[in-house]
Design a protein around this ligand. Structure first.
Ligand code: PDD
Length: 287
C-alpha cells in the first residue's frame, strides 16, 4: 500500500515528499511537533495534543499554520489516505524557509507543515507490553525548556540509542539530585514500595505528557493512591512496579532498570490494568 504525506498544502507520495534545504527545521531544529495515537481511525487525546501544539508554537512565536479545525481535517485526511486504523500520526511545524540566520527571518515567512501517518501492529505492541521493557538511566543533559515539544531531540536520540545498545527499550534521564525526570520519549512512573503511584510533578523540566494527563484522570476515578513527586533510580529499583506513558508506548510496563529487575521482573498488575483502562477510554473518546 502506497503511503502519502501532507507537505505544505499538498498530499504527495511519501517517497517523494521533501522540504526545502533552508527549512529552519532542517537547519536549526527551529520547530515543534506532536504525535497522536490513532485508535479505530480516530485521534486519541485529540484535544490535549492540539492544546499542547498551540502552546509550543506560542512559546517559540511560530504562527499557527492553519486553524485547529483545518488541522483536524488534514490530520484525519492523512490518516484516511494512509488507511491507518491503529497507528500514529506525526505533525511537524517549522518556522519556515529563509536564508540561514540564527535570529528569526526579518520578513514574515509561512510556517512549514508536514504530516505523516503510519499503522502500528496492535498485536505486536500488546505482546511487547505483555513482556515489558528494560530501561537504562542516563544523565539529564537537555535544555531548560523540555515543556516545549521541539524537534531539537539530540539528547533524546543519544539516550535512546544508548538504551538500544544496552538491550533496553527506553532511557530515563536522571537530574543532578539523582531523581528521574522522564524518558527519552515517554513519562516515567513507579508504583512505590507502599503501593503509591508516583510520577514527576510538572514544576520539573519535563514534557507535560498528554497520556500522563489522561492516566491521572483514570487513577483519580479508580481511587488509586497517587503522588506527583520525584523518585530516585534507587527507589525505582526497589519499587513494586514501573512503567512509561506516551502516545507511542501508551502505558508500557518496565521490568528492569540498569539490569536490576523490578519486583518479580514481570509486568506489574497495576501497569497492565492501567494500560487496558487507558486504551479503552482513549478509544471511546477518540475524535
Ligand atoms: N514522545 N516525554 C518526552 C520527552 C516525549 O518525547 C514524549 C512523547 C512524552 C509523552 O508525551 P505524550 O504522552 O504526550 O505522548 C514524554 C512522542 C510520542 C515522540 O517523540 O514520538
Amino acid at each position: 500500500m502506497s503511503r502519502v504525506a501532507y507537505v505544505n498544502g499538498r498530499f504527495v507520495p511519501h517517497a517523494d515528499a521533501c522540504v526545502h534545504i533552508e527549512d529552519r527545521g532542517y537547519q536549526l531544529a527551529d520547530g515543534v511537533y506532536e504525535v497522536w495515537a490513532v485508535f479505530g481511525g480516530k485521534l486519541a487525546d485529540a484535544e490535549g495534543h492540539f492544546a499542547r501544539l498551540e502552546r509550543s508554537l506560542g512559546e517559540l512565536r511560530i504562527p499557527a499554520p492553519m486553524s485547529r479545525k483545518a488541522l483536524e481535517l488534514v490530520l484525519h485526511e492523512t490518516v484516511r489516505r494512509n488507511r491507518v486504523t491503529n497507528g500514529l500520526v506525526y505533525l511537524q511545524v517549522s518556522r519556515g524557509v529563509a536564508p540561514r540566520d540564527h535570529a528569526f527571518p526579518t520578513r514574515p515567512v509561512r510556517p512549514a507543515l508536514v504530516i505523516t501517518a503510519k499503522p502500528v501492529d496492535t498485536a505486536a505492541a500488546e505482546a511487547k507490553a505483555g513482556k515489558g521493557i528494560g530501561v537504562i538511566s542516563t544523565p539529564e543533559t537537555r535544555w531548560a525548556r523540555c515543556d516545549i515539544k521541539t524537534i531539537a531531540l539530540l539528547p533524546n536520540v543519544l539516550a535512546k540509542q544508548a538504551a538500544r545498545e544496552n538491550g533496553a527499550g527506553e532511557a530515563w534521564f536522571v537530574d543532578e539530585l539523582g531523581l528521574v525526570t522522564e524518558g527519552a520519549s515517554s513519562n516515567a512512573w513507579i508504583v512505590d514500595r507502599d503501593g503509591v503511584l508516583r510520577t514527576r510533578d510538572l514544576n520539573a523540566n519535563i514534557l507535560r505528557g498528554i497520556t500522563r494527563r489522561s492516566l491521572l484522570d483514570i487513577i483519580a476515578r479508580e481511587g488509586l493512591p497517587l503522588a506527583e513527586r520525584p523518585f530516585s533510580v534507587e527507589e525505582a529499583k526497589q519499587a513494586r512496579e514501573a512503567f512509561i506513558t506516551g502516545a507511542g508506548s501508551l502505558v508500557t510496563p518496565v521490568v528492569s532498570i540498569d539490569g536490576t529487575p523490578i519486583g518479580d521482573g514481570k509486568p506489574g498488575p497495576v501497569a497492565l490494568k492501567l494500560r487496558a483502562s487507558y486504551v479503552s477510554d482513549a478509544t471511546a473518546e477518540a475524535l
